[in-house]
Design a protein around this ligand. Structure first.
Ligand SMILES: Cc1cc2nc3c(=O)[nH]c(=O)nc-3n(C[C@H](O)[C@H](O)[C@H](O)COP(=O)(O)OP(=O)(O)OC[C@H]3O[C@@H](n4cnc5c(N)ncnc54)[C@H](O)[C@@H]3O)c2cc1C
Length: 304
């Protein structure tokens, strides 16, 4: 039986795997390599790793794992997790199956975009999600902000810090009185006409075409998508989601289901940053190790 199965190999799952490997735990990391930051060429703001390619971040982690004999990794998708009296059975898409004492879900989130044709073509190249990740590269440029979810106006207000040449495109949605007042106070231009098309080259935005006939020059910007859990593995085991869309857990990722933990954006969706997800994975891994130790399961004696 494995000590712990980590589902998801983004920064939270990678970090949890390293901490547990160093704690001499027999762990397996399963990842299907579908992280949402795959679309971007640089991940910014992780101190000592500023600007690193997402693929390189992962490669470096896997290189580090090779030092630890109790870490196993697998490229596959976990399709089912069954709760046993003690532990769980893990089943994968490629037909693998094993038992594990603990599970960490580090499966991340996925985006639901506003209904704007071809927005995905620009996502990760000149249109991004988070100003702290990509605001610096777009500083002082003519920017667009797309989408209406409850945090769009907050994003609009703070984006002024990076560029004051900013237009908010609501794609057909009218503003409430208080939203309009917020935008007026921030001196921000708002276009409510539906977006017909984005045009540009190789993912770099050049123009936003609106249904009312306006064509507006922009060189990039941001979108505020709705972020939803990437899998139903947790909710199928009986976990509920909190009001921000993460799985209910305590501050170290322990859930109400015995042996099941959540880390990274499977636990806390906001703020969305590599370093925060990695820290969450490390903290959850320590909680797993403590729980195993208290249950009398000590680390493996396996040596290279
Ligand atoms: C376009 C873009 C740019 C970004 N830029 C930055 C940046 O510059 N700086 C920064 O700090 N942050 C950036 N982020 C945010 C950052 O990518 C996330 O905060 C971080 O990746 C979240 O880590 P995570 O481990 O929680 O989830 P993820 O990184 O999303 O990893 C989840 C992993 O779980 C896997 N998975 C899901 N379900 C299963 C399953 N059933 N079986 C097996 N594997 C599964 C997925 O394939 C994925 O690899 C960016 C995000 C995007 C979308």
């Amino acid at each position: 039986m494995k000590d712990c199965t980590i589902v998801g190999g983004g920064p939270s799952g990678l970090s949890a795997t390293l901490v547990l490997g160093r704690a001499r735990r027999n762990v397996i990391l399963v990842d299907n390599n579908e992280a949402r930051n795959k679309v971007t060429s640089a991940a910014n703001g992780f101190v000592t790793r500023d600007g690193i390619k997402p693929a390189e971040f992962r490669e470096q982690a896997h290189k580090e794992f090779s030092e630890y004999p109790t870490i196993e990794t697998m490229e596959d998708k976990v399709v089912k997790i069954e709760k046993l009296k003690e532990g769980f059975i893990i089943k994968t898409q490629l037909g693998k199956e094993w038992t594990t004492r603990k599970v960490i879900l580090a499966t991340g989130v996925k985006e639901k975009f506003p209904n704007i044709p071809n927005l995905r073509d620009f996502y990760g190249k000149s249109i991004y999600n988070c100003p702290y990740c990509d605001g610096w590269e777009l500083r002082d440029k003519p920017l667009a902000l797309f989408g209406i979810v409850n945090y769009t106006f907050h994003t609009a207000e703070i984006l002024r810090n990076w560029s004051q040449d900013l237009i908010v495109f609501t794609n057909g949605q009218e503003l409430t009185k208080s939203q309009a007042q917020r935008m007026k106070k921030s001196k921000l231009r708002v276009e409510t006409s539906p977006v017909l098309l984005l045009t540009g080259k190789d993912g770099i935005l050049q123009k936003v075409e609106l249904e009312n006939g306006l064509v507006i020059d922009r060189v990039g910007g941001f979108v505020t998508p709705e972020l939803v859990q990437a899998t139903e593995l947790g909710t199928k085991l009986g976990l509920k989601l909190n009001d921000k869309g993460g799985h209910h857990s305590d501050e170290v990722g322990n859930t109400k289901i015995d042996g099941l933990f959540v880390a990274g954006e499977a636990s806390n969706i906001y703020p969305s940053q590599l370093i925060i997800a990695a820290a969450s994975g490390a903290e959850t891994a320590m909680a797993v190790n403590v729980e195993l130790t208290h249950e009398g399961v000590l680390g493996s004696q396996k040596h290279i």
